[in-house]
Design a binder for this molecule. Structure first.
Ligand SMILES: [Zn+2]
Length: 303
């Protein structure tokens, strides 16, 4: 077996575009720093709503193929070269938004057997041996069936991999601190007249918003803001990025802030910050510097 790269990060996402919205800056940063970054996407998002009128003829398999190309472009810009579709191309179909008849399609990810899907993902985990896995919370961030399922499959795969010989040292959930989301929407509403969107989304539209105390880790991606905006723009069927690159909208055309600091909640493993030593580990001043600023903090090299 060839020697593994020193730092290995694996992210699990439901559809093409979720990786860039949630983790674009994080992925670009770790790829640039030489970490091995692996993305596993569970569906091709073929039930997504298409924004540009000239592309609205794309539906079903044709949309899935198109979104796969968008994803490839996004990842090229982020410097990520290791990308897998869970179970292989076309294994799991997009389930659509919660509550629609498509949720009952036997081929959709929502109807997938969690153990079977987790076995596929565990194979990747055992091959890549990530020290860090990033997933959604148990509500999938915002209640989309594929995101909820991606959470279940990711956490189950981590368990299966542990039973088979690789214990992932740190597992994180994608999060946004409530104070950050609220402040960003306050600013957004003031800037709205200058944006190409008529109305603002709300804090409740942002996936993964939680009380600030639950946030263990923040990754400052300011240096990768342009890379993140470009990756989001690559998903042109799904995302419209404002010219200022600080705001975007999905197909509902509601303006949202584009976060370049990305936030996480550690749910498995130990944080790498020194306990009880405020200020030493960095993090933003508002949090007293008590958050990790590196997903790999505390991981010994060579593990
Ligand atoms: Zn999604």
């Amino acid at each position: 077996m060839t020697e593994l790269p020193a730092r290995r990060l694996l992210l699990v996402h439901a559809h093409p575009d979720d990786e860039s919205i949630n983790n674009g800056a994080t992925m670009a940063r770790y790829a640039a720093e030489g970490a091995h970054v692996t993305l596993v996407t569970c569906t091709l998002g073929e039930r997504g709503e298409v924004i540009p009128p000239e592309l609205r003829h794309l539906t079903g398999a044709a949309l899935g193929e198109h979104r796969l190309r968008e994803l490839a472009d996004a990842l090229a810009g982020l410097g990520v070269t290791d990308f897998r579709l869970l179970g292989g191309a076309g294994r799991y179909a997009d389930s659509g938004m919660m509550g629609i008849p498509d949720n009952d399609d036997p081929g959709c990810f929502w109807q997938a057997d969690v153990d079977e899907a987790a076995a596929s993902l565990a194979e990747v985990v055992l091959e890549v041996r990530p020290q860090v896995v990033v997933a959604y919370d148990d509500n999938g961030g915002y209640g989309h069936p594929d995101h909820i399922q991606a959470h279940r499959v990711a956490l189950r795969a981590v368990e299966r991999a542990a039973d088979a010989g690789w214990t992932v040292p740190k597992v994180y959930l994608n999060r946004v601190p409530r104070s950050v989301a609220e402040a960003a929407f306050d600013r957004l509403r003031q800037e709205l007249p200058g944006l190409p969107f008529a109305r603002s989304a709300a804090v409740s539209d942002v996936p993964g918003v939680v009380d600030d105390e639950l946030i263990t880790t923040e990754i400052d991606g300011a240096a990768y803001a342009a890379a993140k905006a470009a990756a989001m723009r690559a998903h042109a069927t799904q995302i419209e990025v404002a010219p200022d690159e600080r705001h975007f909208a999905l197909s509902n055309e509601l303006a949202q802030p584009l976060f370049t600091t990305e936030y996480y909640q550690l749910v498995r493993g130990e944080t790498g910050r020194p306990p009880g030593r405020d200020g030493e580990a960095g993090g933003s001043p508002e949090t007293g510097g008590n958050r990790e600023t590196d997903l790999f903090a505390g991981i010994e090299e060579g593990v």
